[in-house]
Ligand binder design. Sequence first.
Ligand code: G1P
Length: 298
Amino acid sequence: MTISSSIKPVRKAVFPVAGLGTRFLPATKAIPKEMLPIIDRPLIQYAVDEAREAGIEQLIFVTGRGKTAIVEHFDTAFELEATMTGRGKSLTALEPSRIQPGNLVTVRQQVPLGLGHAIWCARAIIGNDPFAIFLPDELMIGTPGCMKQMVDAYNQVGGNFVSVLEVPRDEVSSYGVIAPGARPEGFDGTLTEVKGLVEKPKKEEAPSNLIVSGRYILQPEVIDILTTQEKGAGGEIQLTDAMAKLIGNQPFHAVTFGGKRYDCGSKTGFVEATLALALERPDMADEVRAVAKRLLGL
Ligand code: G1P
């Protein structure tokens, strides 16, 4: 796909991973929630794989205390590799966790002031470039991946993007919600103009039932807005409020992801993702299906 010469490619991605993961205690007492595995890959690995598929090179982790295991995961494990090689074992299983030297950067979010604040903490690394954001709790599975689908659209129209999906009206108050505008032609109806954005609106005040689902492409100007952004919903500095101020000044679109989304921030979502992915894996699908049938008494 050709990229319009005035559109800067997206090469950087920010992963806010400073959260405490209290919903999964005690599992997350000593292990970051992003390291909990879905089968044999930690949750963060799926987001990183999705980023790479979309052509992203530099990974910026916004971390906090107790989160070093995430960085270890993407480091070279010299002793492990040397031992495995010495024993004639294949290193293929380690392949996804390799990062090009210099392409992993961490910054610390020292106080939990919200998603907007987490992104602002990465400002020195973002610099003057467009950047993607991945909320790793949202596991997005599809071909192409969610971010690849967004980057393909971005390369044609530029500006800012969020991924959206429809939820029942009763659930909108847990999310950022868009006010949808026109649907530009040529994108199979998956691209929608964004006319407004509200964080965690009351059901009756929500502009639609299209929620922001954890993937963003933003222009660096959002950082200037975040610098003076006041606290919003939940007393936190909200990314949604800062993004809303870009509307009217820069193009802003939503992409409806064609694949599946699992909310791994909830325990049920985590179990669902594990089961769904296991049922897709050629090396275990048959066995898992048989187990599931037995457990369900089918
Ligand atoms: C955050 C965002 C919200 C978005 C959601 C997706 O909310 O603020 O706009 O819809 O992620 O998971 P949080 O889940 O941190 O409350």
